[in-house]
Write a protein that binds this ligand. Structure first.
Ligand SMILES: CC(C)(COP(=O)(O)OP(=O)(O)OC[C@H]1O[C@@H](n2cnc3c(N)ncnc32)[C@H](O)[C@@H]1OP(=O)(O)O)[C@@H](O)C(=O)NCCC(=O)NCCS
Length: 192
């Protein structure tokens, strides 16, 4: 089994054709507040839309904390053309010894369905499998979240089970679907 070569010292900034994937900075408060004020962005999470900028601060601190604790990496998605942060994507619950992590993402609704998360997730998955030497990347999704299911399917994730009555939504228990991609599947798809 190979060991991760990524040491969490420097933040792994990357870029795609249209976006810079970078770490959270103080100047991002306004853009993140705007992003998480949108009800649709948080619809399938346990969070309520933000109503004050310090909630964005809290979120930004979480980005920094998970990196410091080496349990996750959250990239901000900055549009090169406008300099605006329009979403985030990254890993959480990273377990180095098992080579596994979970992926999460969100994007401002006015940017949906333009192939943005597909463009951004590809180098993030590659970073996970190549530089972090992950074996498995998992996603937990609300069955009603067709956009997220569509994205995962397009990226090559496979549905691998369901978590019965795992979360509470509007007072009712709901199941979550578990999707995953394995290193050997990623290498076939992306010629690792
Ligand atoms: C999930 C999300 C990040 C998708 O981002 P996106 O940039 O719009 O996704 P893409 O444009 O790359 O779409 C990839 C594929 O997903 C599917 N898809 C995306 N949005 C869809 C929708 N509203 N309905 C059905 N399929 C959809 C399509 O198959 C699409 O491929 P195609 O356009 O070639 O047909 C975005 O909808 C979002 O931020 N949602 C709110 C946050 C969230 O739910 N996060 C995930 C929690 S698990």
């Amino acid at each position: 089994m190979s060991v991760s070569s990524f040491s969490f010292h420097a933040f792994p900034q990357m870029e795609t054709d249209r976006f810079i994937l970078r770490k959270t900075e103080e100047r991002d408060t306004r853009d993140l507040f705007e992003l998480y004020s949108e009800e649709e962005v948080l619809k399938y999470t346990q969070l309520l839309p933000f109503s004050a900028e310090d909630e964005a601060w809290h979120e930004m601190n979480w980005h920094m904390e998970i990196f410091t604790q080496q349990i996750g990496i959250r990239w901000l998605i900055e549009e090169k053309r406008s300099g605006k942060v329009i979403g985030t994507c990254g890993f959480l619950h990273y377990l180095k010894e098992y080579g596994r992590t979970e992926i999460g993402y969100d994007l401002a609704p006015s940017y949906w369905r333009r192939g943005i998360m597909s463009e951004v997730a590809a180098p993030i998955l590659a970073f996970g499998f190549n530089s972090m030497n992950l074996n498995r990347i998992e996603a937990k999704v609300d069955p009603a979240n067709v956009a997220s299911i569509g994205l995962l399917t397009k990226l090559g994730f496979k549905q691998a089970g369901e978590l019965r009555e795992y979360e509470i939504e509007e007072g009712n228990f709901i199941e979550l679907l578990v999707f995953s991609m394995l290193r050997k599947e990623f290498s076939v798809l992306h010629l690792l």
